[in-house]
Design a protein around this ligand. Structure first.
Ligand code: ZN
Length: 154
């Protein structure tokens, strides 16, 4: 559910952004026919001819390193940041001045971050329970806890 919302938000932003405008913040673009070309920022590119941006389809592709995607992928890869950070950054770079949209990105995706932290804590706590019950040190600790009046249920 949350993921669908997030996907929808990302889609909305990508639709509002122009990949040529976004890429021009980072690269020197040269018009070539219906496409734009530049030195590929994702591999050690020496000459034009590999990296293309198709404005009509709103995608980029590098025929040398295989990197491809839309404006959001582009920002995420070139800035090396998370999807959420990339979405916020894309609003900035593309000049999408919609505070509501920006807020939705921050609030709707924050729950995903919290879930990840929770999963991590849960895994850590499972680990402690396991090591208490299974290891020799654990047996000692368990005995200590029993003396303190704690049962296995705790
Ligand atoms: Zn490349």
């Amino acid at each position: 559910m949350a993921e669908n919302n997030q996907q929808d938000l990302f889609k909305t932003i990508v639709q509002k952004a122009d990949i040529v405008e976004v890429a021009s913040h980072y690269l020197k673009l040269t018009k070539k026919g219906n496409n734009y070309t530049a030195l590929c920022p994702f591999h050690n590119d020496k000459s034009l001819g590999s990296f293309y941006i198709n404005q009509e389809k709103q995608i980029f592709k590098c025929f040398s390193c295989g990197m491809a995607g839309n404006a959001l992928n582009f920002i995420k890869e070139i800035e090396n940041i998370s999807w959420k950070e990339a979405a916020v950054k894309l609003c900035e770079v593309a000049g999408i001045d919609e505070p509501e949209l920006r807020n939705s990105i921050v609030t709707k995706t924050v729950s995903e971050d919290i879930k990840q932290i929770y999963d991590c804590l849960q895994a850590l706590s499972d680990f402690y329970v396991l090591s208490l019950k299974q290891s020799e040190d654990g047996a000692e600790a368990l005995e200590y806890l029993h003396k303190r009046g704690l049962s296995d249920e705790n």
